[in-house]
Design a protein around this ligand. Structure first.
Ligand code: IMO
Ligand code: MG
Length: 423
C-alpha cells in the first residue's frame, strides 16, 4: 500500500476513523502525528462501537503497530483512561502494539482551565473549542515552555519544571477570574499516569525510520480537517496544529519524500462544529440530518452545523494536501434529498472566486454559487458495489471527485465496515 497520509478535506469529522479502520488491513503501522484528544474517531466493527480520541484506529486490528508521534499533544491522564477503556472491552493495548513519542507535549489540567477561561473571555467571539486544552498546550510548545513526555519520565526534573509552569499558569488563570489549579494534585495525577505510560515511551522517530528501511507500510491517521489547520484553515477559527498532509512528516519524523500518497476524506455534504465561517451552511440540511440522529459530535456531543458540499474548499484542500485519491463518506445522508446543491464558486462583491479568501471576515461575506443535481431518493446503505448505486448517486460522487480533483476510490454509505464501496 506504500506510505499514505489520510487527511480530512473539510472541517473535521469527515468519517476518517472509519476509512482508516478499513485501510488498516493493508498497513503495518498506523501513526497519529498531530492534534490530541480533541479528535473523536468513531469506528464500528463486529457490532461494537469504539470512539478513539488519541490512540490510532489501528489498535482495533490485532498485529498492527500504532504510533503516537512527536507532533501530538497528549493528556497523560486521559490517555491512561482511553487505554483502560479499550482493555475493558477486550482490546489489547500493550507496548507491543502502541508506542508514544518521548517528544509529545503534555496537556495538563492548567491547559484545559486556560482553554475554558480564554473561551469565556472571548464571549461571542469564542472559537468553540473542544475544551481539551489543545490551544494552550501547543501555545506552550511554540513558546518553548511546554512539558514533554520525556520530562514526565524523570520525576524530579518534571516536578521542578511543573512548579514553574503551574505558578505562571495560575497567575494567568487568576488574572482572568478563573480558579487556579493545585500543584500537588496536578503533580500526583501526572506522575501516576506517567508511571503507567512509561513502558510505551520511546524514540518513535527512530522506530519509524527503521520501519521505513524494513519496507513497512505506514498509514498516517490525520485528525481534524484541512480548514482547521493552523496555517491553512479559517484562522482564528482553527485548531492549533497542522492538520494538512505536511503535518504528517513534521509530526512523525518521517521524511516528506518517504510519503507516497495522500488520501482526502470528505463527506458528501459539509459539517462544522464550533464557530467560524461556513459558506454553504444550510438549516434544512441540518434539520434533516439531525432528525436522522446524525451529526452529533463524538468528542463533545455538540450538534454539528451542516450544509451543502463545498467544492471550492475541497478543491483548495486537494491542492494544499496534494490529494491523489478521494473517499466520500456519508453518501446515505442525502438519500432522501430531492435536489442536491454543490457549491462551485463563491461570490464576493460581485466577483466570482474560485479559491476561498484567506481572511475569515471576507469568507464570511462570500455567497456560494450552486449547481444543482437530481437526488436519487433511494436508500443506499445496503448497496455493495459502485455499479449498483443509483445512477444519480454515481453521478453525484463522480462530480464531487471531478470538482475536487482526485481519483474516487471509496464511497461510504454507512458506519459499518461492510458499508464501504470500493470504486
Ligand atoms: P476529528 O479528528 C471537528 C474544532 C473545534 C473548534 C476548533 C478548535 O474528530 O475530525 P480545539 O479544541 O482543537 O482547540 O478546537 O477545532 N475541532 C474539531 N472539529 N472534528 C475534530 O476532530 C475537531 N477537533 C477540533 O470544534 O472549532
Ligand atoms: Mg470527530
Amino acid at each position: 500500500m506504500a506510505n499514505t497520509v489520510l487527511v480530512g478535506a473539510q472541517w473535521g469529522d469527515e468519517g476518517k476513523g472509519k476509512i482508516i479502520d478499513f485501510l488498516t488491513e493493508k498497513a503495518d503501522i498506523v501513526v497519529r502525528s498531530q492534534g490530541g484528544n480533541n479528535a473523536g474517531h468513531t469506528v464500528l466493527t463486529g457490532g461494537q462501537k469504539y470512539v478513539l480520541h488519541l490512540i490510532p484506529s489501528g489498535i482495533l486490528h490485532p498485529g498492527k503497530q500504532n504510533v503516537i508521534g512527536n507532533g501530538v499533544v497528549l493528556d497523560p491522564v486521559s490517555l491512561v483512561e482511553e487505554i483502560e477503556g479499550l482493555r475493558a472491552v477486550g482490546i489489547a493495548v500493550t507496548p507491543e502494539n502502541l508506542i508514544l513519542s518521548d517528544c509529545a507535549h503534555l496537556v495538563m489540567p492548567y491547559h484545559r482551565a486556560l482553554d475554558a477561561a480564554k473561551e469565556l473571555a472571548k464571549g461571542k467571539n469564542k472559537i468553540g473549542t473542544t475544551g481539551r486544552g489543545i490551544g494552550p498546550t501547543y501555545g506552550d510548545k511554540v513558546a518553548r515552555t511546554g512539558l514533554r513526555l520525556a520530562d514526565l519520565m524523570q520525576a524530579e526534573l518534571f516536578c521542578s519544571k511543573l512548579a514553574t509552569r503551574v505558578e505562571e499558569a495560575n497567575a494567568q488563570l487568576i488574572s482572568m477570574g478563573a480558579k487556579p489549579v493545585s500543584f500537588d494534585e496536578v503533580k500526583a495525577s501526572a506522575l501516576e499516569a506517567g508511571a503507567k505510560l512509561r513502558p510505551f515511551v520511546v524514540n518513535t522517530v527512530l522506530y519509524l525510520n527503521k520501519a521505513l528501511k524494513a519496507g513497512k507500510n505506514m498509514l498516517f491517521e490525520g485528525a481534524q480537517g484541512t480548514f482547521l489547520d493552523i496555517d491553512h484553515g479559517t484562522y482564528p477559527y482553527v485548531t492549533s496544529s497542522n492538520t494538512t498532509a505536511g503535518g504528517a512528516s513534521t509530526g512523525s519524523g518521517v521524511p516528506p519524500h518517504r510519503i507516497d500518497s495522500v488520501l482526502g476524506v470528505m463527506k458528501a455534504y459539509t459539517t462544522r462544529v464550533g464557530e467560524g465561517p461556513f459558506p454553504t451552511e444550510n438549516a434544512e440540511i441540518a434539520d434533516l440530518l439531525h432528525g436522522m440522529g446524525r451529526e452529533f459530535g463524538a468528542t463533545t456531543g455538540r450538534a454539528r452545523r451542516c450544509g451543502w458540499f463545498d467544492a471550492v474548499s475541497t478543491r483548495y484542500a486537494s491542492m494544499v494536501n496534494g490529494i491523489d485519491e478521494i473517499a466520500i463518506t456519508n453518501l446515505d445522508g442525502l438519500d432522501t434529498v430531492k435536489t442536491i446543491k454543490i457549491c462551485v464558486a463563491y461570490k464576493l462583491d460581485g466577483q466570482e472566486l474560485e479559491v476561498p479568501p484567506s481572511d475569515f471576515q471576507l469568507l464570511t461575506s462570500c455567497e456560494p454559487v450552486y449547481i444543482e443535481m437530481p437526488g436519487w431518493e433511494t436508500p443506499t446503505d445496503q448497496i455493495k458495489t459502485f455499479a449498483e448505486l443509483p445512477k444519480n448517486a454515481q453521478a453525484y460522487a463522480l462530480k464531487i471527485a471531478e470538482l475536487t480533483g482526485g481519483k474516487l476510490i471509496i464511497v461510504s454509505t454507512g458506519a459499518q465496515r461492510d458499508q464501504t464501496i470500493l470504486v
